[in-house]
Design a protein around this ligand. Sequence first.
Ligand SMILES: Nc1ncnc2c1ncn2[C@@H]1O[C@H](COP(=O)(O)OP(=O)(O)O)[C@@H](O)[C@H]1O
Ligand code: SF4
Ligand SMILES: [Mg+2]
Length: 318
Amino acid sequence: MTAILRAEGISVVHRTRSGPLHAVTDVSLSLHPGRTLALVGESGSGKSSIARAILHLPPPTAGTVSLDGTDLAELSARELRRLRPRIQMVFQDPVSSLNPRRRVRDIVAEPLDAHSRTAAAPDRDARVAELLDAVGLPARQFADRKPAQLSGGQAQRVAIARALAADPQVLIADEAVSALDVSAQATVLNLLRTLTDELGLAGLFISHDLGAVRAVGDDLAVLYLGRLCEEGPTEEVLAAPAHPYTAALLAAVPEPGRALGDTRPAAADPPSPLDPPSGCRFRTRCPLATERCADEQPAAKPVSADRTVACHHPLALA
Ligand SMILES: Nc1ncnc2c1ncn2[C@@H]1O[C@H](COP(=O)(O)OP(=O)(O)O)[C@@H](O)[C@H]1O
Ligand code: SF4
Ligand SMILES: [Mg+2]
C-alpha cells in the first residue's frame, strides 16, 4: 500500500536559552489512506513537535516530509500555503480553537469561504449541513449555536467538521480527546475511526494515553524522549510489546486480569531532552538495561514482517 504522507528521518531541535533542545530525533512515519496511526508517548516526548514538523510549521531541522510524493521542502512558500489545508489538525482544547463570536455554520464554512470553492449560499448551507451530519450534529439543532452553547465533545465535533470542510487527505488529531469526559471521548474516538474508514483519510492520532489508542489506531508508534521505540499493528504490539518502554506503558494502563510481566512502570521522571542519556534514551528507567545500552543507541530493527523495535534486548514476541 502506498503512503499518502511520509516523514523520513525527521529531527526537530528547538533553540532554548539553555541551548539546543532535541525534541525529535530521526523519526520516520508513514500514513496510509483509510488507516490511522496512533502516536503515543508521555508529555514532552515530542509528539506535537512531530505534528508541526509534518505541516512544516516550521519545517523539521533535518529529514523530509512528503505528501503524495511531493517533498514539502521543494515547494515555494505560496505552494506550501496552498497544499497545507490537505493536512488538517484537530487540537486538545476544542472550545478555544473555535471563535466564540461566530455561529457553528460559519465556523464550519471557514475553509469553504477561504478557498471560495462554493460561492453560492445554498451550496454553502448544504455542504455545512452535510458536514455537521457527518459528525453527528444535526444542522437544524446546531448550525446557529455559538461555541459557548456546545459541550466539549460537541465543540470537538464542530472542529472536526471544519477540518473536513477543507477536504483533507490527512487528519492529525493532537490529544483531541484528552480534555473530554469519558463518554465524549468514546464518541469522538468512534467518529475519528468512522471518518478515516469511510472517507479514506489517513489519520495520525496523537495521545499520551495508551488506553485511548486501542479504539482508533490501526497501527501504533511509541515515542520516548523524541525517538521511536517500536512500531507495528496496534493489536499485535499491545498483545506482545517488544520494547520495555511499551511494556511499562501497557502495565500502567488499568485493565483487570492482565499480568504485568517482569517490567514495571518506571517510577522516575523522564530525563530532560536538553541532556538525554547516552546510548538508549530509555536506559535510566529500563529494568533490562545493560552496559551496551549506555554505549550504543539501538537502531530500529524488524522483529516480524510488519513490526520494528529499537532495543538491544527486545522482549520475546508471544
Ligand atoms: N517552541 C519550543 N521552544 C522550545 N522548546 C520546545 C518548544 N516546543 C516544544 N518544546 C520542548 O520540546 C519537547 C517536546 O515537546 P512537544 O513536542 O510539545 O511534546 P509533546 O507534544 O509530546 O508533549 C519538550 O521538552 C518541550 O518542552
Ligand atoms: S536498549 Fe537497553 S535500555 Fe534501551 S529499552 Fe532496550 S534493554 Fe532497555
Ligand atoms: Mg503535545
